[in-house]
Design a protein around this ligand. Structure first.
Ligand SMILES: C[S@@+](CC[C@H](N)C(=O)[O-])C[C@H]1O[C@@H](n2cnc3c(N)ncnc32)[C@H](O)[C@@H]1O
Length: 270
């Protein structure tokens, strides 16, 4: 997937960070929260960095990037967000040129974070067995590709993760990393592990402790070494009314436990 020559995406940003993605092409569009307009007419004479009024809103025109794509994405299934995707990407060493499998793809929450760092030499394979989810995820990925300076080669396999091994092998050979976000990760780790290179890593995204324990046992049973099991805790701070800064009033929310395991060389039989 590559950038479309017809696309000229930008974001109209409210001062509080909310942003609306706009493709500067002619023809009326309806953008939720902004209303109906022709982007070419609306933006005529304006450039990135300018302030513009749309209806009652005063907005800054900025380049469209991952934060704006994330805030504007269509959602169907629960998505993996910044807190967990950032940690997974760094721990697993995912970057330019990596070969990565992710599934279930869902609405592409994780896939967008992955694609954002993999460069045009990377190869991302997403797997999703529900067509209605695949459609939403594909739409989000296509839009991100249109305004990304670089985007990895991307395959979306509409099939069960359990059966994806042969196709993954054909598409890109061995994987550097695989991230599993389905209800029963332990049922697919053995198959996916055979696609991993030695030294590669598999991660399971486990909302409950039962999922974590079953996945942990399953990866150890096939000889992988657990490098990390736990959760990321995010605690936001805010400015206090009478001065100073302090932890905010919002509760710390749980997303999921993360399990990361590495594939090591088999022990030689004497
Ligand atoms: C929680 S959602 C994934 C969200 C996604 N990781 C994101 O960040 O947006 C789980 C997805 O896995 C899909 N799924 C469940 N079991 C699967 C399987 N065995 N093979 C492929 N996809 C599966 C579901 O249809 C659903 O879309």
């Amino acid at each position: 997937m590559t950038s479309s020559e017809n696309a000229d995406w930008m974001a109209l940003r409210e001062d509080d960070g909310r942003a609306y993605l706009v493709n500067r092409v002619s023809g009326e569009v309806k953008i939720k929260g902004l209303g109906r307009f022709d982007p070419v007419e609306l933006l005529n004479g304006y450039s990135i960095g300018d302030r513009i009024n749309v209806g009652h809103k005063s907005l800054t025109i900025v380049d469209a990037a991952l934060p704006e794509a994330r805030r504007n994405m269509n959602r169907r299934a629960q998505t993996i967000g910044i807190k967990d995707s950032g940690f997974l990407i760094s721990w697993m060493g995912i970057g330019v040129g990596s070969k990565v499998l992710e599934g279930g793809h869902g609405s592409a929450g994780l896939a967008m974070h992955l694609a954002n760092v993999m460069g045009s030499k990377g190869h991302l394979i997403s797997v999703e067995n529900r067509p209605e989810h695949a459609e939403v995820g594909r739409g989000n990925m296509q839009r991100l590709a249109e305004f990304s300076a670089e985007f990895p080669k991307w395959n979306l396999l509409e099939m069960d993760l359990q059966d994806a091994g042969a196709e993954v092998e054909t598409i890109c050979g061995n994987l550097d990393a695989a991230i599993i976000d389905i209800a029963e990760p332990w049922t697919v780790v053995e198959g996916i592990s055979s696609n991993l290179r030695i030294g590669g890593r598999i991660a399971c995204y486990c909302p409950t402790t039962a999922q974590l324990e079953k996945s942990w046992n399953a990866v150890e049973a096939i000889g992988l070494v657990v490098e990390f099991a736990g959760e990321m805790v995010e605690r936001r701070w805010s400015k206090a009314g009478k001065g100073g800064v302090r932890p905010g009033n919002q509760p710390m929310g749980h997303t999921a436990f993360l399990l990361i395991a590495a594939k090591i060389a088999p022990i030689e039989e004497e």
